[in-house]
Design a protein around this ligand. Structure first.
Ligand code: AMP
Length: 221
């Protein structure tokens, strides 16, 4: 199964993608995670992407296309994947279509996780991320058992540089400028399914799983 998750920053795409990938035994491809790893490792891509990311802007499409092509050449995507964070605009949706056409594969469903600005700002401004395993926590919604320490692996929790209120607002503005074209694109292809992501993460997860079952009856669910 090949699933694309769309939605504003803070809708919970990363959280849902991780849980879904585990549940359905699919690869999880997060363009944000790949970029952050490149920044951390100081690669050429990371050096080029860093400034855009810190300003809440999109990394140029050419860099993203190259990165994605490389990721889709890896063998773990053979059984299917959850794509989280790509496409972010119409041009990226066309690039994705071209890559998939060459590979003779198609997207099964695009899940659009909708969330209100109020919830997004509350979620992102309190988000904490583990610097070792990438697990997400929240200062009030989902605090770690020990302050500053990841429950899962004992790594150190940090706030993403782009989760500051000014940058969150910029990311939302960028998102809103691009999203309507994307929604129309996938609606026209009859692939788009819209869910509210304002509720608890586990409730949203069950709704996505129910949707996959209804549409595809996945035996792995
Ligand atoms: P995310 O973790 O998905 O919120 O992404 C964090 C940042 O990485 C974004 O604000 C962008 O700067 C960059 N980024 C992630 N995915 C893309 C993409 N598909 N196109 C351009 N920039 C991206």
């Amino acid at each position: 199964m090949r699933i694309v998750l769309l939605g504003p920053p803070g809708a919970g795409k990363g959280t849902q993608a991780k849980k879904l990938a585990e549940r359905l035994s699919l690869a999880h491809i997060s363009t944000g995670d790949i970029l952050r790893q490149n920044v951390k490792d100081g690669t050429a891509l990371g050096k080029e992407a860093k400034d855009f990311m810190e300003r809440g802007l999109l990394v140029p499409d050419e860099l993203m296309s190259k990165m994605l092509l490389e990721r889709f050449s890896q063998s773990d995507i053979g059984d299917g994947f959850i794509l989280d964070g790509y496409p972010r605009n119409f041009a990226q949706a066309k690039t994705l279509e071209d890559i998939f056409r060459q590979k003779n594969i198609e997207i099964d469903m695009v899940v659009y996780l909708d969330s209100s600005d109020k919830v997004i700002i509350q979620r992102l401004s309190g988000r904490l991320v583990c610097n070792t395993c990438g697990a997400n926590f929240h200062i009030t919604n989902m605090p770690p058992k020990t302050k500053g320490i990841c429950d899962k692996c004992g790594g150190t929790l940090f706030q993403r540089t782009d989760d500051k209120e000014e940058t969150i607002k910029k990311r939302l503005e960028v998102y809103k400028g691009e999203v309507s074209g994307l929604i129309k694109y996938y609606q026209d292809k009859k692939k788009l399914y819209r869910l509210s992501a304002d509720g608890q993460a586990d409730v949203v997860l069950e709704e996505i799983v129910a949707l996959t079952k209804k549409l595809y009856g996945s035996p792995k669910v």
